[in-house]
Design a protein around this ligand. Sequence first.
Ligand SMILES: [Zn+2]
Length: 138
Amino acid sequence: MLRIRNLALQRIISQAERDYPYETCGLLLGKIEGSLRTVFGAFETPNANPDRKNDRYEISPKDYLRAEKKAREFGLEIVGVYHSHPDHPDRPSQFDQERAFEGWSYIILSVSKGKVVSYRSWELIDGKFVEEEIFIFG
Ligand SMILES: [Zn+2]
């Protein structure tokens, strides 16, 4: 289950709309307590995919380290990833699933004509993505 601060969610939404028609991505900073992940902030990372920015995203190791450092400053950790699907539904692709980690949340936003039309969060359980509930707070 995912809890996310409204401010972080709004930031992710505007980032996804700004980067349309390309995929946007970033890391979720927060706390993990058992199966509950609470997100306090969004850490934007540039899409490091060299040639398929419209349907692939990639986060460079350098940006993971920057995010980890930022999280630690606030006593937080990386709890997941967010990215957008321009002109595609908010369901994970096979590619997304293959690269995901268990224990993290994956928010996917569907963007159509420059506007976020829906978003959902997914968690990997036994190698398969399962939708998880999102609670917005703050
Ligand atoms: Zn994807």
